[in-house]
Ligand binder design. Sequence first.
Ligand SMILES: [Zn+2]
Length: 141
Amino acid sequence: MQGDCSGCAQMPVIALIENASKRHIAPAIPQTLLLSLCCLLLLIIILLVIWVIYLHRVYREPTEAEKSRAFHDQFDQFLSKHGVWTHKTKSGYFCPSCKARYFESQLVLHGSTAYCPINECHFGTSNPDHIAPPRPPKVLI
Ligand SMILES: [Zn+2]
C-alpha cells in the first residue's frame, strides 16, 4: 500500500490541492490574458467606485443652508412700497412675516387691503393691485 504513494503520507492535503491547481490551471491561462483580465477587473472596480460616489452625492440629504436657499429662491422680488413678496411661478402676493418663518402664505386681496390668512400672523397692507377710483369733481355752488 505504501509503495503506490510514497510521498503522499508526508504532504498535507492542502499542499496537494495547491500543487494540483498550479500544475493544471495556471499554465492553461497565458500571461497576456491574465494581465488583460486584471486590467479589466481594475477598470470595473474604478467604475464601481465612481458610481458609488455619484449615487452618494445624488441621494444625500440636503443641508439646512441648502433647504433655506431653495425656499427663499422661489420668491421673485420684494415690493417695498407694500411690503410683500412676489413668487417666481405663482401669481399673487406673499406674506413677508410668514416667509421669514419658512412658510409660504399667499395674501388675500380684499378691496384696497391685502391680509395674511394665517391666524397667528396678523399681517396686513394695502392692496398692490388696487387702483383708487377717480375723485368726483368738486361742484361749486
Ligand atoms: Zn403671514
